[in-house]
Design a protein around this ligand. Sequence first.
Ligand SMILES: [Zn+2]
Length: 67
Amino acid sequence: MTVHSLGVEVSCDGPDEQTDCPASAAVPIRFGSMTPRQVRADGREDGWTRRRRAGRLVDLCTGCAAP
Ligand SMILES: [Zn+2]
């Protein structure tokens, strides 16, 4: 998860701890979404999920969330 001070980007953390997202996916931000909470809501509409992994929350794109 990466949050930039200029705008917000929620990027995929990859299928597991050692593997980066093969697509380097980031949530496409809809107009008016300014905060990480809003951007994650955008992502959920596109099928993104949040999971707890090793004690922290990770964001997963549809490709990496697939079993
Ligand atoms: Zn991914």
